[in-house]
Design a protein around this ligand. Structure first.
Ligand code: SAM
Length: 273
């Protein structure tokens, strides 16, 4: 059946490709590649001789129409990027949204993705997380970006280039000096490493020699400041409960439960009221 497949490919280690991805790449009529030369290396390794065509952010919209027409005529196409999951900081969104508009079936063949790989290695809480792709290049915009994210109470990640890493970490150190960070460098490759620490420690680590390779930065969530509740605030709550008709005993119980406070403290405040 005619379909547009979104196929994830390795982010470094050529063995990181699923059996389904290999089968689909063999079976489709055409593979749309970010850079055909990069994808050819993968196709040669796995003896796949499917035709390829380039599809990237500068692709003429007329070419996009041609691909959509092929799908409508009953052909199957696979979209790949140079590495990882297409559309994740990579081209493909206009093709996929057009396919959806035209009612063409789409199917994702999941696999490697640098941000997911880095997140899973970070050791941070991943019940919730955010990803911001590549950050602004201008220092003022980068600072504003970090200011806007510094109170995020969830783990977050972004892609960074090796030659900007140290400067970016210095800005993080200015804005969030106590935050734990994990840098995923050259993931799945020979020189993979995931140093962790505060931004200052990572600046020292990465300043020893020129930084090379591909990088994901993962930032731990911010821990909200716990505001200490005062005796006056507790007394206010007790009075409100009594005004609502509660006995002193029940008012104490309610406040203990609502504010998660020890019994002795609430009783003492009630006795001194
Ligand atoms: N679509 C890809 C994915 O699924 O991860 C990302 C494409 S984006 C253009 C390329 C960026 O991803 C690199 O600049 C780097 O920040 C990150 N990246 C890709 N491969 C990586 C790797 N092996 N280790 C660390 N980061 C990687």
């Amino acid at each position: 059946m005619t379909k547009l497949y979104i196929v994830s490919t390795p982010i470094g280690n050529m063995e990181d490709i699923t059996l389904r991805a290999l089968r689909v790449l063999k079976e489709v009529d055409l593979i749309l590649c970010e850079d055909t030369r990069v994808t050819h290396k993968l196709l040669v390794k796995y003896n796949i001789d499917t035709k390829t065509s380039s599809y990237h952010k500068f692709t003429d919209p007329k070419k996009l129409d041609e691909f959509i027409d092929m799908l409508k005529e009953g052909k199957s196409l696979a979209l790949v990027s140079d590495a990882g999951t297409p559309l994740i900081s990579d081209p493909g969104d206009s093709l996929v949204s057009r396919a959806i508009e035209e009612g063409i079936d789409i199917e994702a063949i999941p696999g490697p993705c640098a941000v997911v790989t880095a997140l899973t290695l970070s050791g941070f809480d991943l019940r919730e997380f955010a990803f911001f792709g590549f950050l602004p290049k201008k220092t003022s915009e980068l600072k504003a970006f970090f200011e806007s994210k510094k109170t995020l109470e969830l783990t977050w990640a972004f892609y960074e280039s090796p030659n900007r890493l140290v400067d970016t970490l210095k800005i993080i150190d200015e804005i969030m000096p106590d935050r734990e960070i994990c840098v995923g460098r050259e993931l799945t490759k020979l020189f993979e490493e995931t140093p962790r620490g505060k931004a200052r420690e990572l600046v020292d680590y990465f300043s020893q020699k020129p930084v090379k390779g591909e990088i994901v930065v993962v930032v731990d969530k911010s821990t909200p400041l716990v505001k200490e509740i005062t005796d006056d605030e507790i007394l206010d709550c007790l009075k409100k409960n009594i005004d609502r008709g509660m006995s002193k005993k029940d008012a104490v119980k309610e406040v203990m439960k609502d504010l998660d406070l020890p019994k002795n403290r609430v009783y003492k405040i009630m006795l001194n009221a």
